[in-house]
Each structure stands twice: as C-alpha cells, then as structure tokens.
Design a protein around this ligand. Structure first.
Ligand code: HEM
Length: 133
C-alpha cells in the first residue's frame, strides 16, 4: 500500500458511499456467496451493519498505524475470532472479492487501478484479522 493507493481508495469510497445502495448491494452479494456467510448474518440488522462497516473500512485502512487506531482493529479482530463470531480466515477472501465487485458496480470511475488500490489498502487489515482467528 502506498500514498497513491490510499488516495485512489479514499476517492473511490466517497463516490460509492454517497449512494446508499452501495453497502446494501455488498451485503446482498456477500450473503449470497456462501451458506456459511448467509447463516452468520441470519439475525443481523443489515441497515445498522452497513453503517458500522463504513467506519470499519477506515479502521482497516489505518491498520499498521499508531496504537490508538490499532486498538480498534484489535477489538474488531477479537470480535470475529473463534472465541466470539468464529469467522474462518478463508471467508475474508470472499468478503474482499464481493466488496470489490460492489465497488465495480457503484464507482463510475472504477478501473483496474482502483480495484488494485482497494485490495492493497484493505489487505494488511485482513491479514491481521486472519492472524487473530
Ligand atoms: C475485514 C473484513 C471485515 C470487516 C471490516 C468487518 C466489520 C464488522 C463490524 C464493524 C462489525 C460490527 C462489530 C460489532 O458487533 O461490535 C462486524 C460484525 C460482524 N461481522 Fe464482520 N467484518 C469483516 C469480515 C467479516 C467476515 C468475512 C464475516 C463472515 C461471515 C463477517 C461476519 C460478521 C458477523 C456475523 C457480525 C455480527 C453481526 C451481528 O451483530 O449480528 N465479518 N463486522
């Protein structure tokens, strides 16, 4: 991840999230991607979940930053670990693929470079979450 990726990611997330349908679409894609994922969200208020996700995308972007930011990521990782929600590491790859698919649909300026930027910005946070399973 470099400065240019962060800039591309930031601009793209702004273009996507000014459309309320964006995160709804992501959850529709993600929930349909596997039975396990669908079951995990059986009792979830997806409206509320979508709001939390937007904030957490920024937390992910700051992964590896200073300690205060790392505390949020640590908490998120613990919540998803086997002691709590039990989210298996391989499900994160599905998560990222479906998120990038939603970006492709909602960001009119999305191109290969934008997609790569989303992946490279979110990957360190994902690797951290997986390592804490
Ligand atoms: C790095 C990627 C991810 C991020 C940033 C993320 C973000 C979040 C956030 C912010 C919450 C709310 C935290 C809380 O309850 O305190 C949450 C809850 C949850 N996440 Fe994730 N998540 C990620 C990956 C996944 C994956 C791969 C799954 C697989 C199914 C998943 C399933 C869930 C479930 C089931 C909940 C609880 C929903 C509820 O309260 O009913 N998450 N996630």
């Amino acid at each position: 991840m470099n400065e240019r990726d962060v800039e591309l990611f930031n601009d793209s997330i702004e273009r996507c999230s000014c459309k309320p349908e964006f995160l709804r679409r992501f959850y529709a894609l993600f929930l349909a991607s596997s039975d396990t994922v669908g079951r995990k969200f059986e009792h979830t208020d997806l409206q509320k979940q979508a709001r939390m996700l937007k904030t957490s995308l920024y937390i992910m972007m700051l992964a590896g930053g200073d300690t205060e930011k790392a505390v949020h990521l640590e908490r998120l990782a613990r919540r998803h670990s086997k002691a709590d929600l039990g989210i298996k590491p391989e499900l994160y790859d599905l998560w990222l693929d479906r998120l990038v698919q939603a970006v492709r649909e909602f960001d009119p300026l999305c191109n290969k470079e934008t997609e790569r930027a989303w992946r490279s910005v979110l990957q360190p946070g994902i690797d951290f979450m997986k390592s804490r399973y």
